[in-house]
Design a protein around this ligand. Structure first.
Ligand SMILES: *[C@@H]1O[C@H](CO)[C@@H](O)[C@H](O)[C@H]1NC(C)=O
Length: 193
């Protein structure tokens, strides 16, 4: 009987401790809303509102990638959409679907780690943008004013842009440096990091 009480006591006490250690330790947080099929449809369509409904299910306070990075740049591309060439519009459409598709994996998870979401999504955006042709000189040069406004002077925007450009390799970098250098005074400082 004593043994039984002891075991129960240990189980009752340690299980919540163990699980809070596990989730606390890895900074995983539970979803705050259900999976919404309408939200998944938005991702499949490349609708910027996907980021907003993602945030409703998985709100991230300190690593708020989805709103500050995903939604903000999605809207900037939307606001400048008609200034891009047809080739660039296709590129915007394709990269957006690619990036949202990556984020859908996290959307479906019951627990997420916000820092992981941020890190993996930023890498996915850079990969999606290069895979769909940002390194081809003409895409960027034909749309340099529109790209310049999407990535207008801010450190976060410049870093996002550079993350993608790093994937282009030395040839791409050489081409792109010319017009980037004109626009971003902090570039040299960032490249030296
Ligand atoms: C991009 O996607 C929008 C919305 O789905 C569509 O209306 C448009 O035709 C697409 N543009 C190109 C160039 O594929």
């Amino acid at each position: 009987m004593n043994g039984f009480y002891c075991t129960t006591f240990v189980c009752v006490l340690l299980l919540p401790l163990a699980s809070s250690w596990y989730f606390g330790h890895s900074s995983r947080q539970e979803a705050e809303g259900p999976i919404d099929e309408a939200c998944i449809t938005k991702a499949r369509r490349g609708d910027c509102m996907f980021y907003v409904c993602f945030d409703q299910r998985h709100p991230c306070m300190s690593n708020d990638y989805v709103l500050t990075y995903g939604w903000r740049f999605c809207k900037r591309y939307d606001n400048n959409y008609n200034r891009f060439t047809t080739e660039a519009k296709r590129w915007i459409n394709a990269t957006r679907l690619c990036a949202m598709n990556k984020l859908l994996e996290f959307y479906r998870d019951d627990h997420i780690n916000c820092a992981d979401v941020e890190g993996e999504s930023k890498r996915a955006v850079a990969t999606c943008e290069t895979e769909h042709g940002i390194c081809d000189g003409s895409l960027l040069f034909d749309n340099k004013d529109a790209f310049g406004d999407v990535y207008r002077l801010s450190r976060a925007a410049t870093v996002r842009f550079l993350l993608t450009m790093k994937n282009c390799g030395s040839i791409g970098m050489g081409h792109l440096m010319h017009w980037i250098r004109d626009r971003y005074h902090m570039l040299q400082e960032l490249m030296d990091d």
